[in-house]
Write a protein that binds this ligand. Structure first.
Ligand SMILES: Cc1cc2nc3c(=O)[nH]c(=O)nc-3n(C[C@H](O)[C@H](O)[C@H](O)COP(=O)(O)OP(=O)(O)OC[C@H]3O[C@@H](n4cnc5c(N)ncnc54)[C@H](O)[C@@H]3O)c2cc1C
Ligand SMILES: *[C@@H]1O[C@H](CO)[C@@H](O)[C@H](O)[C@H]1NC(C)=O
Ligand SMILES: *[C@@H]1O[C@H](CO)[C@@H](O)[C@H](O)[C@H]1NC(C)=O
Ligand SMILES: *[C@@H]1O[C@H](CO)[C@@H](O)[C@H](O)[C@H]1NC(C)=O
Ligand SMILES: *[C@@H]1O[C@H](CO)[C@@H](O)[C@H](O)[C@H]1NC(C)=O
Ligand SMILES: *[C@@H]1O[C@H](CO)[C@@H](O)[C@H](O)[C@H]1NC(C)=O
Ligand SMILES: *[C@@H]1O[C@H](CO)[C@@H](O)[C@H](O)[C@H]1NC(C)=O
Ligand SMILES: *[C@@H]1O[C@H](CO)[C@@H](O)[C@H](O)[C@H]1NC(C)=O
Ligand SMILES: *[C@@H]1O[C@H](CO)[C@@H](O)[C@H](O)[C@H]1NC(C)=O
Ligand SMILES: *[C@@H]1O[C@H](CO)[C@@H](O)[C@H](O)[C@H]1NC(C)=O
Ligand SMILES: *[C@@H]1O[C@H](CO)[C@@H](O)[C@H](O)[C@H]1NC(C)=O
Ligand SMILES: *[C@@H]1O[C@H](CO)[C@@H](O)[C@H](O)[C@H]1NC(C)=O
Length: 584
């Protein structure tokens, strides 16, 4: 198999058949000349940028007080960060520990600012032609290519050292198509039209919800202002409070317009380029092509009842007893049409020397209007929480006429990001709850011994249509179809930790937090690739289960020279950590 792959991928492309094959690096004779860069710039309408890390105005030789003040003002502003080619949403992915390079906002002014994993050049593309030009340029010059949309990725997939970035941020077109008919090859009968929404590569969720608010339709989208609608979100699966009614975001994709690794434009849907259509629905962003736009099914803008509950205890036993009481109600809430999120923050700082434990629950009952029905769902839960913790939980309920109105109320344009975070996660099945083992999940969470401000999040976004869509042909992790809860632990790093200290935190996630969750159902479930441990062990099986071999074959066929390689993406197993050199 290996010989066959090498034969196709390297000899055919005229590249060296050599296990130490690397991308071209700055300073090497293969690196594009000024003239080459200027030619690319001209082709893409002058939108090529030489990129400096976001915080560079705050440091040493590049210090500039006024510009640094702007950076500091926007340090936690995800909307601003998404528009900057030199920023990611999580500062740790701007750094490159292996080369000891960082440019942290909170590092001392005297500290040098080094490029790290921030791309050297960015093509701030505005059309499919721009994307084609950038793809061809990267392929021709053997450059490491990165696709950055919003930069939210938790596994570092939207940055890489010494790379050329395609930044999709400005591709903001949104349109409703009343009678969408997929493009079919000649000789094939087109299916009947359906109502759909077409989203450009740079559209963010808040843009979508604001646009759709007055149109009476909604799409299956996430709970955020600034996550991209067409990038890593839907290509990695995409969970949503509409999941129970309509499945995963990727289940709702009708067609992708893409730029392939050879620079050509193509349409992938259920009728043509079906291998790509399979891969783009759950195979993970950045691995198969550059998506120019995606068309997804439109759904009604349903009414929704929004309910929240919370309790605060001393950081002690009653806290986890409360979480455990909640877990016993999870399947019932799901059966009653509830979707949502909860956070358990065992050490919430309240003052210099004092911490409390906090549990926060946000639930949405989509396509429901009766607050009394939702109240009735909550009555036994609230009683059990009180019995378990000794404190009466706070509870609030409100009906919203439409999901878009709730979403534009909750997500007003920006999310809070900019910190340094690493996740651990696993999908937990309905059958764990049905067999009465939910207390094992509570124990796994409490045994993580989360630190100050760290949290564990539970997401109740599946069941219903997510499970019923089991037979959809897509790369989505099959474990999603059995999932009731997606559990994510959030660990914090900080600018004043050494890279060795950061590595120790990461090791604990991979060696302790994730194995604790996996051990609940050994060998059975998997993890959601968009919100997972950045160093997930055996990521191929965790993220795609039985779909991996098929995905890998599609990858080799569609991207024979591995132009599209991302951390922990399909085919990344034969590249080093930075995607710069082949390792096999
Ligand atoms: C605040 C917040 C809220 C979130 N809420 C949800 C949620 O409700 N539901 C959910 O499922 N997930 C959620 N996520 C996770 C989210 O899905 C991932 O972070 C996802 O990777 C974001 O995709 P992006 O395109 O916005 O980000 P980026 O980091 O820019 O891109 C992610 C990956 O997709 C690739 N990519 C981006 N654009 C393209 C393109 N046009 N063509 C090909 N590849 C592309 C990139 O190369 C990278 O590999 C949330 C994350 C955050 C930080
Ligand atoms: C690309 O061209 C624009 C407009 O001519 C110019 O402002 C910009 O500096 C150029 N980019 C690079 C990297 O030279
Ligand atoms: C965040 O940045 C955006 C620009 O991207 C700006 O419009 C918005 O006002 C900023 N928000 C805050 C809270 O500063
Ligand atoms: C700051 O930059 C100057 C000039 O490049 C350099 O000599 C000095 O060592 C730098 N300081 C630090 C702390 O790196
Ligand atoms: C966006 O829409 C405008 C107006 O319809 C159109 O001119 C433009 O080509 C579109 N851009 C992209 C990238 O599709
Ligand atoms: C916190 O604890 C330290 C050390 O015990 C003490 O000096 C300080 O006064 C305390 N701060 C508050 C706000 O109680
Ligand atoms: C939404 O609710 C209405 C009224 O109860 C019902 O007829 C319809 O089937 C529901 N839609 C979905 C997708 O469940
Ligand atoms: C639902 O519960 C809330 C909070 O307890 C209460 O204020 C409200 O009146 C209840 N609504 C209905 C319709 O019972
Ligand atoms: C309260 O919890 C205890 C166990 O902690 C249980 O024995 C008792 O039945 C509960 N009471 C109610 C009213 O639920
Ligand atoms: C808990 O819920 C109450 C009622 O909705 C709300 O006022 C309060 O701010 C919430 N507490 C936290 C910590 O979110
Ligand atoms: C390290 O940084 C964190 C936040 O970034 C801060 O809270 C903490 O005080 C810092 N610790 C030291 C020793 O400077
Ligand atoms: C790793 O986990 C162990 C056991 O929970 C803990 O003692 C240690 O402090 C953790 N290390 C880091 C760097 O978080």
């Amino acid at each position: 198999m290996k010989t066959w792959l090498w034969g196709i991928s390297l000899v055919a492309g005229g590249l060296p058949v050599d296990a130490t094959f690397c991308r071209c690096q700055p300073g090497q004779s293969c690196w594009p000349s000024e003239t080459n860069w200027a030619a690319l710039n001209k082709t893409i309408g002058g939108s090529l940028v030489a990129v400096k890390p976001f915080a560079s105005p705050c440091h040493n030789t590049t210090f500039n007080a006024a510009d640094c003040a702007i950076v500091q003002d926007h340090a936690r502003n995800s909307s601003y960060r998404s528009s900057q080619p030199g920023a990611l949403q999580w500062e740790n992915w701007e750094a490159w520990p292996q080369a000891e390079e960082q440019c942290y906002i909170n590092a001392p002014q005297s500290a040098p600012c080094r490029q790290g994993r921030v791309s050297l050049f960015s093509a701030e593309v505005r059309s499919s032609q721009h994307i084609q030009a950038a793809v061809k340029f990267a392929a021709h010059h053997n450059l490491k290519l990165v696709i950055k949309n919003t930069g939210h990725d938790f596994l570092g997939r939207s940055s890489a050292p010494n790379s050329l970035q395609i930044m999709t941020h400005w591709m903001k077109n949104i349109s409703i198509v009343d009678d969408f008919v997929p493009t079919v090859p000649t000789g094939v009968d087109a299916p009947g039209g359906v109502k759909a929404v077409t989203l450009g590569a740079g559209v963010q969720l808040h843009d979508v919800y604001v646009y759709l608010r007055s149109k009476g339709v909604m799409i299956v989208g996430g709970s955020s202002s600034t996550v991209g609608a067409a990038g890593g979100y839907i290509q990695g699966g995409g969970h949503s409070v509409l999941g129970q009614l309509h499945g995963m975001a990727s289940d709702n994709a009708l067609e992708f317009e893409v730029v392939l690794a050879d620079g050509s434009l193509a349409i992938a849907n259920a009728h043509q380029n079906t291998d790509l259509f399979f891969a783009l629905r759950g195979g993970g962003g950045g691995s198969f092509s550059v998506v120019v736009s995606v068309t997804v099914k439109a759904h009604p803008d349903y009414p929704v009842v929004y309910a929240t509950a919370n309790f605060t205890t001393s950081p002690d036993d009653p806290f986890w007893a409360g979480v455990d009481a909640f877990h016993r109600h999870v399947p019932r809430l799901n059966d009653n049409g509830g979707s949502g999120y909860y956070s358990a923050i065992p050490l919430t700082p309240v003052s210099e020397n004092q911490t409390v434990s906090t549990f926060l629950l946000y639930m949405m009952f989509v396509n429901q209007t009766s607050t009394s029905a939702v109240n009735a769902s909550f009555v036994p839960l609230l009683a059990d929480l009180k019995n378990a913790t000794g404190v009466a939980p706070a509870y609030h309920v409100a009906a919203f006429p439409t999901l878009s109105s709730l979403y534009t109320t909750l997500f007003q344009g920006s999310d809070v990001t900019g910190s340094q975070v690493l996740l651990g996660s696993h999908l937990i099945s309905r059958s764990l709850f049905d067999s009465g083992d939910s207390s094992k999940l509570t124990s796994a969470m409490s045994e993580m011994q989360l630190g100050l401000g760290e949290l564990v999040v539970g997401m109740l976004l599946s069941g219903g249509q997510v499970s019923r869509n089991r037979d959809i042909e897509s790369a989505l992790n099959p474990a999603w179809r059995d999932t009731l809860l997606h559990v994510v632990s959030v660990r914090l790093l900080s600018a004043n930790m050494t890279f060795a200290e950061q590595k120790a935190v990461a090791a604990n996630i991979t060696q302790r937090d994730v194995p604790r969750l996996k051990a609940l159902e050994p060998g059975k479930m998997g993890a959601y690739l968009n919100e997972a441990d950045a160093n997930e062990a055996d990521f191929q099986t965790s993220f795609w289960g039985s779909n991996y071999p098929r995905l890998r074959a599609i990858k080799h066929k569609r991207d024979p020279h591995d132009l599209f390689i991302t951390r922990k993406g399909v085919g990344s197993d034969r590249w080093d950590e930075s995607g710069l050199c082949r390792v096999d």
